[in-house]
Design a protein around this ligand. Structure first.
Ligand code: C5P
Length: 407
């Protein structure tokens, strides 16, 4: 790996959580990668790890108070904030996250955070209930919306290790995020500024005012893709059926729709301006021809007849509209004859790339946090097959392939 951290100035903020012991490892990795690191601890962090260990590893005295007690030397948070190329807070307790979200600058760490012009990375660590509390959820949302990057273990990884949400991300992975950030500074993603349209979730086809036809799609894959592309600088709009997931990246614009026809209209209006469209929605194949204006009654001898008519095939419609230079990506969820069906869909819908997931693979498909995909790209005879991964990691693989086309 190239040393993108070499010579970088990093402020490592450590707060008082059990995971503080892992910060020593993180610090060692940063130093090994060539970074210059200044450790700033909250007072309670010292209950978990000694400043002596950290100053030995970083080669610098650890900063914790505004003054050095015996000499009265003043530590300038402003200077530190300006010196930093990046600030990493790991572990970040619920308390520090709350203070950061609200500007409560009662210690050296939060004060440095407020003075810093550099990108800030936050690796939360706390118990499950604290992590799930609406206060924490809201504080993290706010930190994200201020442009900070929250580093958490991928959900798929959590599921497979049966470890609760709230565990601090492993030091190796935090380092990877940093390497990636500094790599992007040197060579920005070719997706920077590209306009991307993503369809997400199921659609609901109304039968009457209280009933509808739908499917099991949750939108998780589509939102993971949207977040990944947005994190690479793309300008992402998601046209989304009803889902309970949210975008993590604050720049992602979400347009909520309900039926397949509404989704088609929203996509048609936006596709001309798009550089890339990713068709991830599970659009109902059929809609109800004449939904009832009033609730259908149970009484009567015969069950009501519901006449179904075809919904627009959005991917196909965009495939027909597609101009040179636009890239159209589709998904194929298959149960049999997978590769042939996927290739056939790519052809029929005039797609440039199709992502196959098979319902036969364990951990792939609806409602899971993981997926296993095979990707076919136009003009390439050989498919790329990936192992089972978290949906965010799958999204990164797909973004890498999309990038190649624009690189
Ligand atoms: O033909 P099939 O529905 O299996 O094709 C799947 C691909 O087509 C997906 O990318 C899906 O989002 C897209 N699609 C669509 N509109 C439909 C049906 C499927 O955009 N009505």
């Amino acid at each position: 790996m190239e040393k993108y951290l070499a010579g970088k100035h990093i402020v490592l903020g450590i707060t008082g959580g059990i995971a503080a012991y892992k910060s020593a490892m993180l610090l060692r990795l940063m130093i090994k990668a060539g970074a210059e690191v200044q450790v700033v601890m909250t007072p309670s962090a010292k209950e978990f790890i000694t400043p002596v260990t950290l100053s030995a590893l970083s080669g610098k005295p650890v900063v914790s108070e505004f003054f050095t007690a015996n000499s009265g030397e003043w530590h300038s948070h402003v200077d530190l904030g300006l010196w930093a190329d990046a600030m990493v807070i790991a572990p970040a307790t619920a308390c520090t996250i709350g203070k950061m979200a609200n500007g409560v600058a009662d210690n050296m760490l939060v004060t440095t955070y407020l003075s810093s012009k550099a990108r800030v990375f936050v690796a939360p660590a706390m118990d499950l209930d604290m992590m799930a509390h609406p206060s924490t959820v809201e504080n993290l949302r706010r930190l994200r919306s201020y442009g900070n990057i929250i580093i958490e273990p991928a959900e798929g990884e959590l599921a497979s290790h049966l470890i609760g949400k709230g565990r601090m991300e492993e030091p190796e992975n935090i380092l990877k995020v940093l390497e990636d950030y500094f790599r992007r500074q040197v060579s920005p993603s070719p997706l920077t500024g590209k306009k991307v349209l993503v369809t997400a979730g199921p659609t609901r086809e109304k039968i009457d005012p209280v009933r509808y036809i739908s499917n099991y799609s949750t939108g998780k894959m589509a939102y993971a893709i949207s977040d990944e592309l947005a994190s690479r600088g793309a300008d992402v709009t998601v046209v989304s059926g009803p889902v309970s997931v949210n975008a993590s990246e604050p720049s992602v614009e979400v347009i909520g729709v309900e039926s397949g026809r509404e989704m088609a209209a929203a996509c048609e209006a936006r596709f001309r301006d798009a550089d890339i469209a990713v068709m991830c929605a599970a659009v109902a194949d059929y809609t109800v021809e004449n939904p009832s204006e009033v609730k259908l009654k149970r009484e009567g001898n015969l069950p009501p007849e519901i006449k179904l008519v075809k919904n627009p095939d959005i991917a196909r419609m965009l495939g027909e509209m597609k101009a040179p230079g636009q890239m159209l990506v589709g998904f194929a969820l298959e149960t049999d004859n997978e590769a042939d069906n996927a290739l056939d869909k790519m052809e029929r819908k005039n797609l440039d790339m199709i992502v196959l997931n098979s319902l036969r693979d364990k951990g792939a498909g609806f409602a899971t946090d993981t997926n296993k995909v095979t990707v076919f790209t136009r003009g390439n005879a050989v498919a790329e097959e990936f192992p089972l991964k978290s949906k965010r990691e799958v999204a990164a693989d797909l973004a890498d392939i999309i990038e190649r086309r624009f690189g």
